[in-house]
Design a protein around this ligand. Sequence first.
Ligand code: ACO
Length: 379
Amino acid sequence: MSENPEKPTIYKGLVGVYADVSSVSKVMPETNSLTYGGYAVQDLAETCSFEEVAYLLWHGELPNAAQLEAFKAETSSQREISPALQRVIREFPHDAHPMDAIRTAVSFMGLEDPEAGDVSDAAQRRKAMRLFAKIPTAIAAAYRAAKGQEVAAPDPKHSFAENVFHLIQGRVPQPEVLKAFDVSMILYAEHTFNASTYTARLVTSSGADLHGAITAGIASLKGPLHGGANEAVMHMLKEIGDPKIAREWLQSRFDHKALVMGFGHRVYKSGDSRVPTMRKYAEKMAEVVQDRTWMEISRILADEMLTKKNIHPNLDFPAGPAYYLMGFEIPLFTPLFVASRITGWAAHVFEQGADNRLIRPLSWYTGPEQRPVPPMAAR
Ligand code: ACO
């Protein structure tokens, strides 16, 4: 019972609040399932490419062969970033976090975009296509510039996944690795009104443009309670280092009532629908690299968290070691999430724009009662 009888129910963290309708995806915590456009995400991950799923999120239907070819041709023709952005990226502090770098690069792309301020549906979609195509190039450019390396040119013949490896690692890996990466992109692409997606919708609701919404979405995704958790998971696994001490390490976290990264979820309380698929592909990466250390520590942590706390892992838990085993450096993990989630963010920007009402909730005031402004000498 609140002290003030007039005080309305406060939904801190907007827990349990339905803020709008959406047809992009559906999360069903009671069955641990997630669908994009009606298709189970694990089925999409096993049978489709990331490009097909991007098309689905933006058009509501999977593409036929001709539509897919046109979509791929369009994105691969847009991958290059401007010389001006390349120059700006070279000026970034070399110790900048790659999430801050891609957030700034996306904002800069808004300055350059010929249709930046046009918020018509057609223009927003063209801009989303350009960002989708250019984000991996910008992530790779910032990563390489920080190491004093030349910016690699995207190869229009490459698939989305091949291009990411080509740009960042300078090589295209074997098909199993590409498939595992593509699966991660599909699983990360969309997840209803999570913090970053809702941020993008909130920005859009004021009539602001797509680059602003995506820049804000990236800022939100960086936080360790959200997308930043995939990096935090790998730091944690490396800190543990040895499966033999995993239980003891976890117990010390429990003793300090500390968070264990990659566990828990606002919506799923009995398991994240995306985890089994991502775990399967992370296991495959461990086989490819012939190093089971991280998956073994992960298994112990997941078992203990379930037995002792009844808390399940979320997608970031298997995605962290999967990216590590694919050869990506840890600070690139959340930017890779951006390269995927731009598709879901943009789908929500389109949806919000098509049926917009300014998002403007209320706050219950708890500060001092109204009082006179004291003169300077009296403060
Ligand atoms: N480690 C330890 N305890 C946890 C964890 C965790 N990772 N997650 C939840 N709990 C505990 C809480 O402390 C709380 O305990 P209490 O009832 O004794 O206070 C209980 O479980 C319920 O958790 P809430 O805090 O109510 O869960 P909420 O929905 O507010 O938070 C969140 C969800 C932010 C994801 C949280 O679980 C968390 O911080 N997890 C770690 C960070 C993480 O992995 N984030 C990635 C999310 S998925 C994604 O963005 C792709």
